[in-house]
Ligand binder design. Sequence first.
Ligand SMILES: Cc1cc2nc3c(=O)[nH]c(=O)nc-3n(C[C@H](O)[C@H](O)[C@H](O)COP(=O)(O)O)c2cc1C
Length: 209
Amino acid sequence: MIFEKKDQDSLNKIIASRRDVRGNNFINKKISKKKLLKILNSAQNAPSVGYSQPWRFLIVNKEDKELVYNHFSKSYEKSKEKFNNKLYNSLKLEGIKESNINIAVYYEKSKTNILGQTYMKRTGEYSVVCAILNMWLTARSLNIGMGWVSILKPKKINKIFDINKNDYKFIAYLCFGYTKEFLTEPELKRLGWKKKKKLKEIILKKGKK
Ligand SMILES: Cc1cc2nc3c(=O)[nH]c(=O)nc-3n(C[C@H](O)[C@H](O)[C@H](O)COP(=O)(O)O)c2cc1C
């Protein structure tokens, strides 16, 4: 298939307008099963080391959402000590309860040799992250927001979902839902937490040890 300029423009538009969506922006509207399947199918089209497809998705039920939220609240309070910063303390850094669907994402550890994973063991985990980005972009194309919550202790999350760490590694906790709006730039940029890096700042020169 040969793509045309309008396809390239659409892809650019979706990439540039993808945002991390938090609880201050989700609205109370159900995501249809059809749309959820579109998002999950896009994960299955991600690249993976040795075509291992090691991503696993756990759709969180209402009771467990509550448990994750309670754990998040404690972790967030604790994380405030680290930053000791007025802006950090005012940030809304999740949308667990406000979003319609929460998905815990796991990496299934391989029991056999995987092509390409011999020396770089974490390529399996990188593959899962590739799948997450597909989901993020697909959701955005469907006008559905996604927020990534990482102020969580994997050990606690595994306990909530009764998942054995010998078999699976917790990678991400994702919140999906319709939004009031999609911000035109990252919220952390808008609030002055960090600036967007210039192209020359992201080019690494040879000899940096
Ligand atoms: C691995 C990862 C973990 C993240 N964890 C959190 C989080 O715990 N809470 C939060 O509010 N945002 C989280 N984010 C979202 C980032 O803050 C956000 O992507 C960044 O500020 C850029 O904004 P944008 O995604 O809207 O462009 C996470 C993003 C990534 C990729």
